[in-house]
Design a protein around this ligand. Structure first.
Ligand SMILES: Cc1cc2nc3c(=O)[nH]c(=O)nc-3n(C[C@H](O)[C@H](O)[C@H](O)COP(=O)(O)OP(=O)(O)OC[C@H]3O[C@@H](n4cnc5c(N)ncnc54)[C@H](O)[C@@H]3O)c2cc1C
Length: 495
C-alpha cells in the first residue's frame, strides 16, 4: 500500500481479474507508470471460477460469431506459445447420438470451419466411428451412439494465468496491490483523478492520469462514489467429482439432453469437472453459490452420457459458481449473448465490460490503446504476444525449497500434489497473504477436497505464520476467515 503514495501514475487499474492484470502487464510493458489495485485477491472473482479453457469457442459458430472465434483461435495459439507452462493443448471427444441437436454432418461442417479458421496452426479434427469413439471413451453410453469426432483446444489454470499477468506487470515496474479496494474516485481537472484506496489497516490517496475500471461484474460506478445498481450477468456453475466415478479418459464436449446446451466434462487431476450452466442473475458476485437445481442439472446431464456412473449429489466433491459480465443482453438467453467486450470512456475513466479469459491479451491491448489516447499520445503496441509469461521456473523453485527443508516436501493432503513448499513459495514470490490465497488460489486444494482444505488449514497457517508475522491471535482470525470463505464459495444453496 505504501508504494501507492507519493507519485502520479499514468494509469490506475481497478480490479485484479484477468482483464485488470492483462491491462497492467500491457501498460507496464509500454513503459507507463502503472498501479493495479485488487479488493480481494487476484482471480478471486469470475476469473477464478471459469471452465479453465483457452478455446476458440466452437459453440459460438452456431451463433455466427465468426469474428470472436477467429480472435479466440489466434489468442489460443499466442497463449500456447507465450505460456506453455500454463496453457496446454487438450483433445476433446464429441460423441454424437441418434437424434442429437448437432448431428454428425453439422458437427463435421463446424469442425472443418474451426480448422480452417486456425489456418493450419492447430491440429485438425478427425471424425470417429462408433468403435473409435468408444475406444477413446469406453465409459460412454453405447446405445444410439452414431460416432463422433475429436478436436483440439487448450486448458489452463485460470487463477495462475491471472497471477502470471500480475507478476509480469510487477516485473515491468507496476505497483501491484491485492487486498485493497478503491472506494471512490474524484476527478481533479487537468491533474487527473484522485482515488481513495482502503485496506484493512490503511487508507491512501492515489493520483492517476487515467483510470481503468476492470471490476467486471462488480460494476462499480465510481463517478458517484457508490456502487451502481447491481449488474445483471450470466451465472455459471461447475461441479467436481472423482474421475474414476465417471470414467472419462480425456475431455468431452456434450450436448445436455435436458436443454440442448453445449457443456464440458474436463479432466482435472484425479477429478473431473463438469460444467457449466448459463442463467441470468443479479446475485452478488461476492456471495454467488451453486444452487441445488443447477447441480442436479449437471448430474442428470452427465448421467445421460455415463449411465454406469449413476452420479448422485453425494458424489459431488465441490461445486462453485461465477458470474459472466456480458457486454449486452436484452431479452436473449444468456448462452446466445456474445462474449465480446465493450470499452467506454468517460471523465478519464475507461470501463471495460464482457470478454473472455481466452481473449484477455488482445482486449488488454485495445484498452491500453484507449489509455494512451486519453493521455493524448499515439498508442504504441507492447510485445505482449511474444514475451513469455512468468512462472515457468516455479516447479524448480518449489523443489529447491523441498530439498533445502525436507519438512516442506510432504504432501499437505495425501494424493494431491501440494506441499508446504508451495505455500512458502506463494508467500515469498506470489503475493499470497491469506489462507484463502494459499488454499483456494495458489493451490486448488479447496476445489479438490470434500472439506475444501479445512482439515489442513491449521497446518498451512503454522507453515506460513513466521513468514507473514502472524501471532497466535492473528492465526486464529485467519483460520476463522478461511472457514468463512469456504462456506461463502462452496455451499450449495437450496433451489
Ligand atoms: C462459469 C464460467 C465459465 C467460464 N469459462 C471460461 C472459459 O473456459 N474460457 C474463457 O475464455 N472464459 C471463460 N469464462 C469467462 C471469463 O471467466 C471472464 O470473462 C473473465 O474471467 C472476466 O474477468 P474480469 O477480470 O473482467 O472479471 P473478474 O475476474 O471478476 O475481476 C474483477 C475484479 O475486480 C475486483 N474488484 C471489484 N471491485 C473492486 C474495487 N472497488 N477495488 C478493487 N478491486 C475491485 C474483484 O475483486 C475482481 O477480482 C467463464 C465465465 C464463467 C462465469
Amino acid at each position: 500500500m505504501k508504494s501507492l503514495s507519493g507519485e502520479v501514475f499514468d494509469v490506475l487499474v481497478i480490479g485484479g481479474g484477468i482483464t485488470g492484470c492483462g491491462v497492467a502487464r500491457d501498460a507496464a510493458m509500454r513503459g507507463l507508470r502503472v498501479a493495479l489495485v485488487e479488493r480481494d485477491d487476484f482471480a478471486s472473482g469470475t476469473s477464478g471460477r471459469s471452465s479453465r479453457l483457452v478455446h476458440g469457442g466452437i459453440r459460438y459458430l452456431e451463433n455466427a460469431q465468426f469474428h470472436l472465434v477467429r480472435e479466440s483461435i489466434r489468442e489460443r495459439q499466442t497463449l500456447l506459445r507465450i505460456a506453455p507452462h500454463l496453457v496446454k493443448p487438450l483433445a476433446f471427444t464429441w460423441p454424437v447420438y441418434r437424434g442429437a441437436r448437432i448431428g454428425k454432418v453439422k458437427l463435421s461442417a463446424g469442425l472443418l470451419l474451426y480448422d480452417l479458421m486456425a489456418s493450419g496452426r492447430s491440429r485438425r479434427h478427425s471424425a470417429l466411428d462408433v468403435a473409435a469413439t468408444l475406444e477413446r471413451e469406453p465409459a460412454l453410453r453405447a446405445d444410439d451412439l452414431t460416432g463422433g469426432a475429436v478436436y483440439y483446444d487448450a486448458a489452463t489454470d485460470d487463477t495462475r494465468l491471472t497471477l502470471a499477468n500480475a507478476i509480469a506487470a510487477r516485473e515491468h515496474g507496476a505497483v501491484v496491490v491485492n487486498h485493497a479496494r478503491v472506494t471512490s474516485l474524484l476527478r481533479d481537472g487537468h491533474r487527473g483523478t484522485l482515488a481513495t484506496v482502503v485496506s484493512d489497516t490503511t487508507t491512501r490517496e492515489v493520483r492517476a492520469r487515467v483510470v481503468v475500471n476492470a471490476t467486471g461484474i462488480w460494476g462499480n460506478d465510481f463517478s458517484s462514489g457508490a456502487r451502481s445498481e447491481r449488474k445483471r450477468g450470466s451465472k455459471g456453475i461447475h461441479i467436481a467429482v472423482a474421475r474414476e466415478r465417471i470414467g472419462n479418459r480425456d475431455a468431452l464436449t456434450l450436448i445436455s439432453p435436458a436443454d440442448g446446451r453445449v457443456m464440458f466434462c474436463l479432466p482435472a487431476g484425479a477429478n473431473a469437472i463438469i460444467g457449466t450452466t448459463d442463467t441470468w442473475t443479479t446475485e452478488s458476485p461476492e456471495s454467488v453459490q451453486a444452487g441445488a437445481a443447477d447441480v442436479d442439472y449437471l448430474i442428470r446431464s452427465a448421467n445421460a452420457y455415463f449411465p454406469r456412473a449413476a452420479l448422485t449429489r453425494d458424489d459431488v466433491i465441490s461445486s462453485w459458481a461465477g458470474i459472466r459480465p456480458l457486454a449486452s443482453g436484452g431479452a436473449a438467453r444468456p448462452g446466445r449473448v456474445s462474449r465480446e467486450h465493450s470499452i467506454a470512456t468517460a471523465d478519464g475513466v475507461i470501463t471495460v465490460t464482457g470478454g473472455k479469459l481466452t481473449t484477455y491479451r488482445s482486449m488488454a491491448a485495445e484498452i491500453v490503446d484507449a489509455v494512451e489516447r486519453a493521455m493524448r499520445r499515439k498508442p504504441r503496441a507492447a510485445t505482449t504476444d511474444s514475451v513469455p509469461l512468468p512462472g515457468a521456473d516455479r516447479e524448480a523453485a518449489v523443489m529447491k525449497l523441498q530439498r533445502t527443508d525436507p519438512g516442506l516436501a510432504a504432501a499437505l493432503v495425501p494424493g494431491l500434489p501440494y506441499t508446504g513448499a508451495d505455500l512458502v513459495h506463494a508467500v515469498r514470490e506470489e503475493m499470497a497473504t491469506t489462507l484463502s490465497d494459499l488454499l483456494i488460489r495458489r493451490t486448488h486444494l479447496a476445489f479438490e477436497t470434500r472439506d475444501h482444505g479445512q482439515s489442513v488449514s491449521a497446518r498451512a497457517a503454522e507453515i506460513v505464520a513466521p513468514l507473514l508475522g502472524w501471532s497466535e491471535n492473528v492465526k486464529s482470525a485467519r483460520l476463522r476467515a478461511y472457514a468463512h470463505d469456504v462456506e461463502r464459495i462452496f455451499t450449495i444453496t437450496p433451489g
